[in-house]
Design a protein around this ligand. Structure first.
Ligand SMILES: Cc1cc2nc3c(=O)[nH]c(=O)nc-3n(C[C@H](O)[C@H](O)[C@H](O)COP(=O)(O)OP(=O)(O)OC[C@H]3O[C@@H](n4cnc5c(N)ncnc54)[C@H](O)[C@@H]3O)c2cc1C
Length: 307
């Protein structure tokens, strides 16, 4: 892993101490979640960066084996929190564990605050159907001796707490000397280039776009930035042509897997639930993953291939 970014020296430091010099640096280290300190008996899993999620299923299975009917708290009631809670419920069902308790805690007065009110209502209906409890307008405070303390003074038992709270900037960015936005993400221009260090490109959740400060931290944007990033890295390394701007779309489709063979589609004010929504999500995701297989087979594409 990279433990320090030193843009003034044009190098990064790796965890084994090696210093790696670069001509051009592409940073896509995602966002993080600052999970408050947890002590005594509760396991904590943050969902960002995304690779932490692979721990969820084995840990759930272990908890069911060891504790029978575990209590699980998901902190964060946005799309990731709701989707994760519903799929934890589905996993517990698969493990024949009907009694496990799953609770979503959200700091806003409604679910899915980043989506339409109708999507929030639909999510509330599905959570209730699937016996997932909700505690809204409260925040998770201390987690101690197997209990989560909420900001309103109430407490909840928790064998596992999953942090699905908002994306925060990785500390590495702030420590690096790269210009950052007010939330600490690396500030980039329309070409995804750092506004302070022109040979550093930052994309995905780690980037704060100067002209789109309210852009949500969602994979759809990271994916669409990919071809622009590829082209601009190549141009920075001497390929012919000019740097290209990335222009994010105004709205994006959210497809949530509700863990019951169905999904919720949310687009603008529209919110729909159905089996076909999950089929659509699955098709889109599988098509995306197949492209990685093709890349491996072909070797690295040239910038022209990606246009
Ligand atoms: C449960 C869940 C569901 C989601 N569903 C959707 C969805 O349906 N649609 C959507 O658009 N978005 C969704 N998102 C958001 C989406 O996952 C992120 O926006 C997207 O993954 C961001 O991509 P990224 O490449 O910037 O960062 P990430 O995918 O988080 O990848 C960052 C990578 O950098 C690595 N890294 C971090 N620090 C270092 C370091 N110091 N050194 C080396 N490597 C490092 C990490 O290990 C990781 O592999 C979801 C998120 C969650 C948690």
């Amino acid at each position: 892993r990279v433990t320090a970014i030193q843009p003034s020296e044009g190098r990064v430091r790796l965890e084994d101490g090696e210093l790696l010099a670069y001509d051009v640096l592409s940073l896509a280290i995602g966002a993080s979640v600052t999970a408050p300190r947890v002590s005594g008996g509760t396991l904590a899993i943050p969902l960002k960066p995304i690779d932490h999620t692979v721990r969820l299923v084995p840990e759930l299975e272990r908890l069911v084996r060891e504790r029978g009917t575990p209590a699980i708290v998901v902190a964060g009631a946005g799309a990731a929190g709701v989707e994760t809670a519903l799929n934890i419920r589905a996993r517990l069902r698969l493990a024949h564990c009907a009694g496990g308790r799953v609770t979503v805690v959200g700091g806003f007065a409604r679910l899915l605050p980043e989506r339409s009110a109708s999507a929030g209502r639909l999510a509330a209906q599905v959570l209730a159907e699937q016996s997932v409890a909700t505690k809204l307008d409260v925040e998770v405070g201390r987690v101690d001796r197997g209990r989560v303390r909420l900001s309103d003074g109430r407490g909840l038992p928790a064998d596992l707490i999953v942090w699905a709270t908002g994306a925060e900037a990785p500390a590495l960015l702030g420590e690096s000397g790269l210009a950052t936005d007010r939330d600490g993400f690396a500030l980039v221009d329309d070409t995804l280039r750092s506004v302070s260090h022109p040979n550093v490109f930052v994309s995905g959740d780690a980037a704060g776009l100067r002209h789109h400060p309210a852009l949500p931290k969602a994979g759809v944007f990271s994916v669409r930035e990919g071809p622009v990033l590829w082209r601009n890295l190549a141009v920075s390394l001497g390929a012919p042509g000019k740097l290209r701007p990335y222009r994010p779309q105004h709205r994006f489709l959210a497809l949530l897997n509700t863990g019951d063979g169905r999904g919720i589609l949310s687009y603008g004010a529209v919110a729909i639930r159905g089996r076909w929504v999950l089929r659509l999500k699955d098709r889109i995701d599988r098509r995306f993953m197949r492209r990685f297989g093709r890349l491996k087979a072909l070797g690295s594409p040239s910038p022209q291939d990606r246009d």
